[in-house]
Structure formats: C-alpha cells, structure tokens
Design a protein around this ligand. Structure first.
Ligand code: TYD
Length: 208
C-alpha cells in the first residue's frame, strides 16, 4: 500500500462534491485512510486566501489571481497533501493544478502553459495519480446551481463564454494526458458516475 493522490475536476455544478463523498466512503470500505480536501481553502491559510480570491470585491489582476491560487496550493501541498501521501493515505482532492490551467488560462490574458508552470513550481511538481474530470455543458451546471439557490462567487459570475472556454480547456488537458485522466459524462445518473470512478480507482489499488 502506498499513498494515492486523486483529484476531481470539472465546472461548477458538475457534481464533484457528491462524487468525492461517495468515493471517500467506498475507499473507507476498502480499508484505506482517506484525507478529503479541496483548493482553494484546504488549510487555515488557504481559507484566508479563498476568502480573498473568491469573495473580494473589486478587480484582482489576472497574474495576482493566479499567484493567490498558487500560494494556496503551495501551502496546501507542503503542509497537508504530501504528509498524507507520505503516511500512505489516499488524498481525495476537489480541484488542483488543472483548475488553474482551465480557469486562469481561460481568461486568455495568461497562457495555460505559464499558469501550469507556476503551479509546478508551487508544488514541487506533485502530479495526481488520477484526475477525474466530470464533464458537463456549463449551462447545465449553471442551472443546477440555480436550482440549489447557491450564490455565485467571483469565478462563477464570469460570462457563459468564459465557462465554455474552461470546459474546452479541461477536455484538451485530458486529451493530452489520457493516462492520468478519467473523463466521465456528468449528465449520467450519480450512481453510474460513481461506478465508473470506482472501477478506475479499483484498478489503481490493485496496481499498488
Ligand atoms: P469550488 O471550491 O469548487 O467552488 P464551490 O465551493 O463554490 O463549489 O471552487 C471555487 C472556484 O475557484 C471555482 O469557481 C473555480 C475557481 N478556481 C480557479 O479559478 N482556479 C483554481 O486554481 C482553483 C483551485 C479554483
């Protein structure tokens, strides 16, 4: 048994939280210790950064925004993620580097490659063993959020075209790194998505 780093990615309303909870329960049944966490905001410092980057009123320069996410990530990886992996636990994480590439890169001010390089520096190059991309038309994700009457943060308030670029960027990243990614159609019933995720994770566990 060794540490396993699994990240969940996808647009807002794609069901990451639901799937993380189901996978956490299943991993527990397999006898694995799981650390469930998220970015931004997986640490105490991260919660302060999350408040700034998601809820601060007024403009944040694109490079500053990318650096705030990278700062959250650097602290999170060093103080929480790597120590858990070193203890051979499973880290199940809502959003990671691919979120920065997709969201900060999709603003088009910054290129996806430079955003990735910043995160690679911030994390010392820690790469997930598996990234689950819950792929969803952003308009469907948006209507799910509306139905849940959730208030929008700074990123969620971006225009529809921005969220279309985020989705395209995610799919391009997944195509470029097929071995790391499992792409699942997030319009499938929750149980079907969960079964697809479990099957892939089960393979990883037997490879260990
Ligand atoms: P998330 O915690 O998934 O939102 P919520 O709790 O509201 O469901 O993510 C918060 C937002 O941060 C989301 O809109 C995407 C954005 N984000 C980035 O733009 N870049 C990043 O690197 C990360 C981690 C998140």
């Amino acid at each position: 048994m060794a540490g396993l780093f699994i990240t969940l990615e996808g647009g807002d309303g794609s069901g990451k939280t639901t799937q993380a909870a189901l996978l956490e329960a299943w991993l527990g049944e397999q006898g694995r210790r799981v650390v469930r966490t998220r970015e931004p905001g997986g640490t105490d410092l991260g919660l302060e950064l999350r408040q700034i980057v998601l809820h601060r009123r007024g403009h944040i320069a694109a490079r500053a925004e990318a650096l705030l996410y990278a700062a959250d990530r650097a602290h999170h990886v060093e103080t929480l993620v790597r120590p858990a992996l070193d203890r051979d636990e499973v880290v199940l994480q809502d959003r990671y580097v691919d979120s920065s590439v997709a969201y900060q890169g999709a603003g088009r001010v910054l290129g996806g490659d430079e955003v990735r390089e910043l995160s690679v520096w911030a994390t010392g190059g820690l790469t997930p063993d598996l990234t689950v991309l819950l792929d969803l038309d952003p308009q469907v994700g948006r209507s799910r959020l509306d139905a849940a009457e959730k208030s929008w943060d700074r990123l969620e308030s971006e225009a529809a075209a921005f969220h279309g670029r985020v989705r395209d960027s995610y799919l391009a990243i997944a195509r470029a790194e097929p071995a790391r990614f499992l792409v699942v159609d997030a319009t499938l019933p929750v149980a079907e998505v969960a079964a697809a995720v479990r099957a892939r994770v089960a393979d990883l566990l037997t490879e260990q």
